[in-house]
Write a protein that binds this ligand. Sequence first.
Ligand code: SF4
Length: 431
Amino acid sequence: MKKIHLVSLGCAKNLVDSEQMLAMFPRDEFSVTSSPEEADLIIVNTCGFIESAKKESLDTIFEMAGYNAKLVVTGCLAQRYEEDLRRELPEADDIIAIHDYNDFPSRLNALLGDTHIAHFSPMRRVLTTSKGCCYIRISEGCNNFCAFCAIPRIRGTFVSRPYNEIIEEAKTLKEKGIKEISLISQDTTVYGMDYEGHRPNIVDLLKGLEEVGFFSIRLLYLYPSEISDELIEYIASSKTVAHYFDIPVQAASDHMLSAMRRHADAKETIELFEKIKRICPDAVLRTTLISGFPGENEEDQREAVEMLKRIEFDHMGVFPYSREEDTVGYYLENQIEEEVKLARKDELMKIQRPISYKKNRALLGKEMDGIVIGRMKDGRYGVRTYWNAPDDIDGEIYLETKESLEEGDLVRIKIEESYVYDLIASLKERL
Ligand code: SF4
């Protein structure tokens, strides 16, 4: 029996790829190990999105090269720098770029001898997320070509995943005990835009998924200017789709939005959030901003501060701009110094803190339904409700109870304490 160790870096989309990779290995020939020292094959599924992610990927490759296993590098870094890595990373036994994922069986057999490794398929996954929860990818690539982002060059232009394939996968996941799904892609809003008549669209897909019977469905990565009234109204009226709007705006001023080649202007962006609040008053709003894009000035920063104060997002993340080759932003003059990017990021986080605190205070005494996502060393449980997405931007909900619960249990909780980012809850009942 051969052993595989896989390190998955970067975002949830890459994690889904990692889960599909693990499913290629037949169980009677391979087992998965969390210890690289006992592995026969180590796969590092890299991220190549921004500078810090590239560094983490390279550090991990060098660390894994120290073990006595065949080493394969996959993912966005492999796709973006395939030739450079081949030349400069003799430690890797193979570099398999995303466009070569169909070749996995032959490429891996060349390293491991004759095995029965299956093809990489979106319909086969080994889930690695907390019990009862998982991601479903609904499209690949992006057509937006934002000036800071290399994703379209790495993952290609936008292609919707076939509707029937998504529904079929969702049914299989439901049968396996999945209760909560998060729909992911580079741009979730425009699902179906590449179909004739642009249907089925994202609302049609949500309707189809609701019929499968999940406890909760969450949409992630909505592009602001593509969000239709139909989508907002559908989410607002749904009992299954989380009233959660994850809308990365990246910038607040017309000057920066246009430099970033985003499609909406500042006024339209503000109006969108105000419309969501009107149509869906209990909506959780989340955004991300980039600090220090080339040419950003104090006036742009002031407009970002004003937007945060006006919209009052429930969750907000800021990322310092990373200058990426092959993007428009790379060639712009007036690149901003690192200290300025970090200072502006800190200022925005400081503005957000009391807003988050105020929003969390308003939840005191409120009851929410959620899913238990694990237990901490201190005995408390982690719970996910419509309020927090499964990633690092939102805060945590800690459940304090003497009852014994399992990961994946559905519970009704009551918010008892609130902090700047986290909430503490008691158990009302099991669902
Ligand atoms: S919409 Fe997102 S993935 Fe697409 S180019 Fe812009 S930042 Fe990148």
